[in-house]
Design a protein around this ligand. Structure first.
Ligand code: AMP
Length: 290
């Protein structure tokens, strides 16, 4: 462990300990902000923590690589785990407490309850990653019930995820405000992701096609294009002719239902998922009203 990463930030592992610390803050009338993450933190995560710092009196970040949201052939084992670096980032961004539960704390051996948001979880990412969102909604429910925050902060980067979590909190009367924060990108446009470290130099260059396709869609709308099927085809063409990119979907959907649309409407979002080499990347962009 390197000294430069040694961080004095408060950490807690067990749920009763977390609850006691949060409860003590509540007794002093502090509002509680919560940022759930899987670690391997970057400036995108830091932006959520900074937003929580601005909006709330006490900021809790969780770091938990949740096994149930990874499919059997996905990257759970190799997902980067960078504890000391993550703690430094949390501290620099203004977190008060980092909660790092173990797998055993989150899932008892006889654990047998899941939370599923039906329709929204089966399309787009859910069509390929069939058990992913059930893992996400189950763990997010557990995280929210353990921390009991006033506001939880999610990134627009995982657009479908935040839509599903909003639906879940409404449906289950979970009394937490969900705040969605903008996507943070590298200077060249690549959306920051903990998985970008898997990309070779050539793959990273090809990965720029995702943000370029979104930019193209936005520019065409700004220039007056109203044929959404043409726009989808333009995005698909750009992506499918980029070396090393295997397109899953490039589509335009309603911002709430995530149903595909072919006629312009006030609130729409372009969503892309593609494999670049072996790495699955997603990106999206809200489109201006036509
Ligand atoms: P993860 O650690 O990948 O589960 O992400 C934790 C939170 O950070 C999620 O709400 C993500 O949407 C958010 N996030 C990840 N990447 C970005 C990014 N580039 N910009 C903004 N938020 C992000």
């Amino acid at each position: 462990m390197s000294d430069q990463f040694t961080s004095p930030i408060n950490t807690v592992e067990e749920i009763p300990g977390l609850r006691a610390l949060v409860q003590a803050q509540r007794q002093q009338q502090a509002s509680i902000g919560f940022v759930p993450t899987m670690g391997a933190l970057h400036a995108g995560h830091a932006s959520l923590i900074e937003q929580a710092r601005q909006d709330c009196d006490f900021v809790v970040v969780s770091i938990f690589v949740n096994p149930t949201q990874f499919g059997p052939n996905e990257d759970f084992e190799k997902y980067p785990r960078l504890r000391e670096q993550d703690l430094s980032i949390c501290q620099a961004a203004g977190a008060d407490l980092v909660w790092m539960p173990t797998k055993e704390i989150m899932y008892a051996p006889d654990f047998s309850t899941v939370v599923e948001v039906k329709a929204l979880s089966q399309i787009l990412e859910g069509a390929t990653r069939t058990t992913h969102f059930q893992g996400v909604t189950t763990v997010v429910t557990k995280l929210l019930l353990s921390c009991l925050p006033d506001v939880a902060f999610f990134g627009a980067k995982d657009y479908q995820q935040q839509a599903i979590i909003r639906r879940m909190c409404l449906d289950l009367n979970i009394p937490v405000e969900i705040k969605t924060c903008p996507i943070i990108r590298d200077r060249d446009g690549l959306a920051l992701s903990s998985r970008n470290v898997y990309l070779s130099e050539a793959e990273r260059a090809s990965a720029l096609s995702l943000s370029q396709a979104l930019k193209l869609a936005k520019e065409k709308i700004d220039a007056g294009e109203t044929d959404l099927n043409q726009l989808k085809a333009d995005m698909q063409q750009l992506l499918s002719t980029t070396p090393l990119v295997k397109l899953d979907y490039a589509t335009i959907v309603d911002t709430h239902t995530l149903e595909e649309i072919s006629a312009p409407q006030p609130e729409m979002v372009a969503l892309i998922a593609a494999y670049v080499g072996e790495t699955r990347l997603i990106d999206n962009c809200l489109l201006p009203p036509v």
